[in-house]
Write a protein that binds this ligand. Structure first.
Ligand SMILES: [Fe+2]
Length: 294
């Protein structure tokens, strides 16, 4: 197995080759990959023609799988295209047809175009995400990643002091409000309970490396003790700062790429493509986090 970086980002994003994710991996190989995730935050594996079962098996080398269900999406169980081991990050319904423009599931999924961290709205937020490109769009549909360790390191000292003990509320309701999609209107009072905001610290430490990161996400809608409009202005300024090109990697997908990212150390967003016409079939498995942060 080979792990290579590029000179523009010596400690962010690495390309892993000479490993077939369909094979059984040795303890040493798993450790090498896990260490590389901690070190580089984003790992790219090319030409990995895997199916769902193989993706799930590979994911389990790194921990327990976070089930995808009614707490992370508005798709009903009967409308799911994939098993609950996988999050469907495609633009497709269960007949493999693109969602129509006004389909609430499409509008909900547009939230992936905003800078976020997967499952930051859960009491135990996600650790790693593994995204497999089964079918890509002809144009667009890139995924951008931003390094929240470098963003933290380069913060102005005054802002570092200000954010050190900040606590933020995260919910899918907040990120979808940014799109003009009001989940409180779209869902029943019972369904909306699945999306109750969860508090998370704004600064966290990766215990494996002892590096601090800014735990940012468009799911943040409020800072504890602040009013919402002030919270939004502050968080939006911070997201704008943390996603400058010096902290950012733009991944242009090829068929059968598999990308792993560390949600403790990065933010990401999907870019636009012709989603009403093209089939972009992307399947994500998620490694459950190991602890509550508060
Ligand atoms: Fe995501």
């Amino acid at each position: 197995m080979n792990i290579k970086t590029r000179k523009e980002f010596p400690d962010f994003v690495a390309f892993v080759s000479d490993v077939d994710l369909k094979d059984d991996l040795t303890v040493e190989q798993v450790k090498k990959i896990d260490d590389a995730i901690n070190k580089f935050s984003v790992l790219v594996f090319k030409n990995q023609n895997i199916n769902d079962e193989q993706q799930v098996r590979f994911t389990k080398y790194f921990g327990e799988i976070e089930a995808s269900g009614n707490k992370s999406n508005i798709t009903k169980a009967s409308d799911r295209r994939l098993s609950t081991d996988l999050a469907d990050v495609s633009n497709l319904d269960k007949n493999n047809k693109p969602f129509t423009q006004n389909d609430p599931r499409r509008i909900f999924n547009l939230g992936n175009r905003l800078w976020h961290t997967d499952s930051s709205f859960k009491k135990i937020p996600a650790k790693y995400s593994l995204l497999s490109a089964r079918n890509i769009s002809k144009e667009g549909g890139n995924t951008e990643f931003a390094d929240m360790r470098s963003a933290y390191d380069n913060l102005d000292t005054k802002i570092k002091d200000k954010v050190e003990s900040m606590i933020c509320e995260h919910s899918l309701i907040y990120s979808r409000q940014r799109l003009g999609f009001d989940m409180t209107q779209e869902l029943s009072s019972d369904e909306i309970k699945n999306f109750t905001p969860v508090e998370q610290p704004l600064v966290r430490t990766n215990k494996s490396t002892n590096r601090k990161t800014i735990f940012l996400s468009c799911h943040i809608g409020k800072i504890r003790g602040w009013i919402r409009p002030d919270s939004m202005c502050f968080i939006d300024d911070l997201i704008e700062y943390a996603t400058q090109s010096r902290f950012k990697y733009d991944h242009q997908w090829s068929q059968n790429d598999l990308v792993i990212w560390d949600n403790r150390q990065t933010m990401h967003r999907a870019r636009a493509f012709d989603d009403l016409k093209e089939n972009r079939d992307m399947r994500r498995t998620t490694v459950l986090g190991e602890e509550k942060l508060l």
